[in-house]
Design a protein around this ligand. Structure first.
Ligand code: TXA
Ligand code: MG
Length: 317
């Protein structure tokens, strides 16, 4: 049963305990509700994707309580700092170079060198107990009228009841649209949202390019190239051939590396990006031209894992 928690001290303390234990808690922000998990716990982040049933590992936003926490997670240029000073807390997400030492799970950034960071304005979302929190908007299904109303605890429960530990009921979200997502160097609008483009352009002193689809940043030139290991990738490999590094899953042929010896999809998701990097290093150390990867079942998180693997294996150019 998903607990409904009051947005008062005892409810927030309970939420913090659940999050520390790696559980998922939906929380209100000024824009929409987020489905939150501890951004440093890979299994919690894998749980977010599993609860949502997302077939892809799109990167998530790290929600922070204050600038000190933000600076731990990402590298801020002077321009980024000026934007944060002007718009935070508020509905602006900045995509910045990640600080690997922050310990944010690879699954949050989907293996990218950048991280999306935002400081929400909602008092519940800024309660000290929560951070840093990987959050995803648990977009509900459209109603028969075609409307989506993601802005109340009830709407969160409609989609996720029984699949997450708790929701903090903070009432209706005042803004009601998601945050604006801004990439920097050069400035680029990745998603329109709660802070309007004109205001950003005025502050930046230049027109903003629209940077394509932030919902699918794995469009050509973005994620694809970043994931592709140097070695070739062979999928659905049931055996290891000469000159290959074999990345296993579950019982099977003797493997050089494994995503999960037990065949656990959550574990495999958690290790995916790191294992691709390790396999690539091993391949170049051993002069192996190909990484062979065991079949992954196309169920639950397996779909997202396979989506990512297919990208890694796709022809490059
Ligand atoms: O208002 C909001 O932003 C809400 C509340 C809960 O904070 N959150 C939200 O999260 O909308 P979500 O997961 O639905 O959207 C995150 C977006 C995705 O479109 C993702 O592609 C983009 O952020 N994103 C995350 N990291 C990125 C990165 N490193 N580069 C480019 N886009 C990124
Ligand atoms: Mg979304």
């Amino acid at each position: 049963m998903t607990e409904r928690l009051e947005a008062e001290a005892p409810g927030l303390a309970r939420a913090a305990d659940l999050l520390r234990a790696g559980q998922l808690v939906a929380f209100p922000t000024e824009t929409v509700y987020g489905l939150g998990g501890d951004a440093r716990q890979g299994t919690a982040v894998a749980g977010i994707y599993a609860a949502k049933g997302r077939p892809q590992f799109n990167p998530l936003i790290v929600h922070v309580a204050d600038m000190a926490m933000a600076e731990q997670v990402a590298i801020f240029s002077d321009q980024a700092r000026a934007l944060a000073a002007r718009f935070w807390p508020g509905p602006l997400t900045l995509v910045l170079p990640a600080r690997p030492e922050a310990g944010i799970s690879d699954l949050v950034t989907a293996g990218l060198p950048t991280v999306a960071v935002r400081m929400p304005a909602h008092p519940v979302a800024r309660a000290r107990c929560f951070w840093p929190l990987a959050g995803l908007w648990p977009r509900p299904r459209p109603t028969p009228s075609g409307k989506v109303s993601p802005t109340e605890a009830d709407h969160v429960l409609e989609g996720l009841s029984g699949r997450i530990a708790a929701v903090v009921d903070g009432g209706a979200c005042p803004v009601g649209v998601e945050s604006t997502i801004l990439g920097l160097d050069p400035p680029m609008l990745l998603r329109p949202g709660g802070v309007d483009v004109e205001t950003l352009e005025e502050m930046l002193g230049q027109p903003l390019a629209f940077g394509g689809d932030a919902v699918k940043p794995n469009a050509p030139g973005q994620l694809v190239s970043h994931y592709a290991p140097g070695a070739a990738v062979r999928l659905e490999a049931t055996n290891k051939q000469p000159g290959e590094i074999y990345l296993g899953f579950g019982p099977g042929p003797e493997a050089d590396l494994t995503l999960s010896a037990q065949g656990n999809l959550i574990e495999a998701a958690t290790k995916l990006f790191a294992m691709l990097r390790v396999a690539d290093k091993l391949a170049s150390a051993r002069g192996a031209a190909t990484i062979a990867i065991a079949p992954i079942p196309e169920t639950g998180l397996g779909r997202a894992i396979n989506d990512r693997l297919r990208r890694a294996a796709a022809p490059r150019g």
